[in-house]
Ligand binder design. Structure first.
Ligand SMILES: Cc1cc2nc3c(=O)[nH]c(=O)nc-3n(C[C@H](O)[C@H](O)[C@H](O)COP(=O)(O)O)c2cc1C
Length: 378
């Protein structure tokens, strides 16, 4: 039995398995490896400057002649200018994120001192990057979208928010469009924009995630889409059994992140890949300490410091200005205890760092076996 669904026709791919757009991890060589193996590779371009994004698209095109996609974030909260200015809470009488920024940066500086971390130069701190739009600002996200349109990418995925404002221009290029959602309400909003595929990502998943568990979310989103828009299941799908389960819940394939993190091609550091092999099911937590939105990360001292201090992280985009220098320094120092990265709850299923093709083929073979094995319950 060959794993197949409408997803294969929509994206012109062999298997309905999509590499999740993972910032910094789903780099050109990983996306190309997944596409070359018959899945769909998606670039995790959320943190790319517009110039970097263009270079990534061109690199992936040099590595594969198969379809691929680009994932960026379109958070509604940031795109509303009033929040962008950081003054949103002024009227409420509470200090605004901008007013709290200095205090939070001082907290981060204390943390770095206690942990013996030295500030490191980051690519986005250099002069060329400084001339571009501010990181994670409204202008930053919009400038990325200009590149996505200009480069006529085969597939675009909105990791957060609604791609509605760009639909007409993307459609003109023949780009297929998907959106990652975590609730029925948000699924209905993106469906109304006319997207091609919905990704229902539940609480189990790595990175920004939903309060609703994957097992409960998928069938509710499938029902809400009523067969009109195919759904990819996501969140905690880390082997073929998970792919099969998502398909039994009505999804037509899977959007897989964590399983592809422990691959030779993933863009994360070697020490972070080792963490994925060493740590287990209970070693993740949901925290706003990295981006300002709830995200599933591997347990670490930076997230714990906010809990211990009973301190609220700032909303996106301000928290990344606070966390960025800390995590860059901890990554440079290969600190597993501070910068292990994001991962989903399926991390305990990862036993080795493998080529991406092996992971893709394992997901397909495991799903086919699990689906065929369903007969034994009849
Ligand atoms: C390391 C990492 C980085 C991520 N970065 C992004 C991102 O930049 N954009 C996005 O839409 N989702 C991001 N996510 C979420 C993934 O797209 C995906 O929904 C999630 O990994 C699925 O759950 P799983 O990790 O259990 O497979 C990230 C996830 C991980 C693990």
């Amino acid at each position: 039995m060959a794993l197949h669904s409408r997803i294969c026709e929509i994206f012109n791919i062999r298997y309905p398995i999509v590499l999740a757009g993972m910032g910094g991890a789903s780099v050109p060589r990983l996306a190309a490896a997944v596409s070359n193996a018959g899945g769909l590779g998606i670039l995790g371009a959320a943190a790319c400057s517009p110039d970097e994004l263009r270079a990534w698209i061109r690199e992936v095109r040099s590595l594969t002649d198969k379809p691929f996609g680009v994932d960026t974030l379109l958070p509604a909260s940031v795109r509303r200018e009033v929040v962008d200015a950081g003054d949103a809470t002024v009227d409420s009488g509470r200090p605004s994120p901008k007013e709290l920024l200095g205090d939070c940066q001082a907290f981060a500086a204390d943390f770095m001192r206690q942990e013996g971390l030295e500030r490191v130069a980051r690519p986005r701190d250099d002069a060329a990057a400084a001339r571009g739009p501010a990181f994670f600002s409204k202008e930053f996200f919009e400038a990325q979208m200009e590149v996505v349109v200009e480069e006529k990418v085969p597939v675009y995925a909105a990791g957060l928010g609604n791609p509605g404002p760009w639909m007409a221009r993307l459609r003109e290029n023949g780009t297929k469009i998907m959106a990652v959602i975590g609730s029925v309400k948000h699924a209905l909003q993106v469906a109304a924009s006319g997207i091609d595929v919905v990704v229902a990502q539940g609480h189990d998943g790595g990175g920004h995630n939903s309060p609703i568990g994957t097992m409960a979310l998928i069938p509710q989103v499938v029902d809400a889409m009523a067969g009109r828009i195919p759904v990819l299941g996501a969140g905690g799908i880390t082997d073929g059994r998970g792919v099969a389960a998502a398909m039994m819940l009505g999804a037509e394939g899977a959007w897989v992140g964590t399983a592809f993190l422990a691959t030779e091609e993933a863009g994360i550091q070697q020490f972070q890949k080792e963490v994925l092999v060493e740590y287990g099911d209970g070693d993740t937590m949901v925290s706003k300490s990295v981006t300002g939105k709830p995200a599933r990360i591997i347990r670490n001292k930076w997230a714990q410091a906010w809990i211990d201090a009973d301190k609220q992280p700032l909303p996106m985009p301000f928290q990344s200005m606070v966390a960025g220098p800390v995590l860059a320094a901890a990554t440079d120092a290969r600190r597993k205890d501070i910068a292990p990265g994001f991962a989903g709850q399926g991390m305990g299923l990862i036993k080795a760092i493998r080529p991406a093709r092996d992971v893709l083929e394992g997901l397909v073979a495991g799903a086919e076996a699990a689906l065929a094995g369903g007969e034994r319950f009849r």
